[in-house]
Design a binder for this molecule. Structure first.
Ligand code: CAA
Length: 282
């Protein structure tokens, strides 16, 4: 199936990253966001990312210029035309995502695909808000998108083989390796990662070790690039808490209950790197 023009909805860190790797793959990309300011910031982030690749010798100047020329920005996604594939990457708000999917249903050409970068909302439920649930799929990128090699693909109850195969081929064109997960809470990555980060919060709360010792233990003891508390700050403590709650509610097992310390930090507005304070100060 043709995937030449893609729309990315949401110009935040994830959306901009997805748009960047799509541009690097030679696609035409429309980046849409209701916030003019957010859109400008996202476009700057993409241009900066492409420039950095040229400086490192990983992209030649002609390809950078072509990629930049292939980027269009819009504040109203409904103005996009001839769209083959859409990736929604807005904040984890189910009502908002459903509304966007209803818009995308009329924007993406018949037979085109509607993908969501959600880390925790059931694909089957998002798909049910459209007229084409067979063309809806989870396409979960990891942060930072230009660096991380994985895309997790999630098939909803109605996702067709054609939708899955096309999305897999597109992910590979973007230089990513894919895995496929069932549509269960947290999918694969967050089902396993979030309990580890949450456990690090419990360990800190119980005084098992200091922030630095917990992170150093896991970094040097298990060869992870970041310690769990640093990674939680990097993802955003509000996001970690949100996914922990999804696991707790969706799987119904008390072993997934969020750490009270994590909740307290979020209550305090200490969201991690993005707010200037989390387990560390930035
Ligand atoms: N955008 C683009 N490139 C970036 C980047 C960004 N935001 N951050 C780092 N990089 C690049 C650097 O330019 C550098 O590239 P070169 O090797 O070509 O020079 C490379 O990544 C390594 O960066 P640094 O040397 O600056 O720093 P580092 O070695 O500490 O790596 C890191 C940074 C890649 C973020 C690394 O610490 C890491 O892999 N951390 C774990 C990230 C992770 O687990 N992400 C998944 C989170 S879970 C998720 O996303 C799912 C969810 O739903 C919550």
């Amino acid at each position: 199936m043709k995937t030449e023009h893609i729309v990315v909805v949401g110009a935040g860190q994830m959306g901009a990253g997805i748009a960047q790797v799509a541009l690097q793959a030679g696609l035409r990309v429309t980046l849409a966001d209701v916030s003019k300011e957010g859109l400008a910031k996202g476009a700057e982030r993409i241009k900066g990312g492409l420039k950095k690749l040229v400086e490192k010798g990983k992209l030649d100047e002609a390809k950078r210029a072509a990629a930049e020329a292939n980027l269009v920005t819009l504040t109203d996604v409904k103005q996009a035309k001839d769209v083959d594939f859409a990736v929604e990457a807005v904040t984890e708000n189910e009502d908002l995502k459903r509304r966007i999917f209803q818009d995308l249903d009329s924007v993406v050409r018949p037979g085109g695909i509607l993908a969501t970068n959600t880390s925790s909302i059931p694909i089957t439920r998002i798909a049910a808000s459209t007229k084409r649930p067979e063309s809806v799929i989870g396409m979960h990128f990891m942060n930072p998108v230009p660096v991380m090699q994985l895309v997790e693909l999630i098939r909803g109850a109605a996702t067709s083989d054609e939708t899955y195969n096309t999305t897999r081929a597109l992910s590979e064109k973007m230089g990513k390796t894919t895995v496929v997960s069932k549509d269960y809470p947290g999918f694969i990555v967050n089902r396993i990662l979030i309990p580890m980060l949450n456990e690090a919060c419990f360990a800190l709360m119980e005084g098992l070790g200091s922030v630095e010792d917990i992170d150093t233990a896991m970094k040097l003891g298990t060869n992870q690039p970041m310690g769990p508390l640093q990674l939680a700050d990097f993802i955003g403590l509000d996001t970690v808490l949100y996914i922990a709650e999804v696991l707790h509610k969706g799987l119904g097992d008390s072993k997934y209950r969020p750490s009270p310390l994590l909740r307290q930090y979020v209550d305090a507005g200490w969201y991690g790197k993005k707010s200037g304070r989390g387990f560390y100060k930035y």
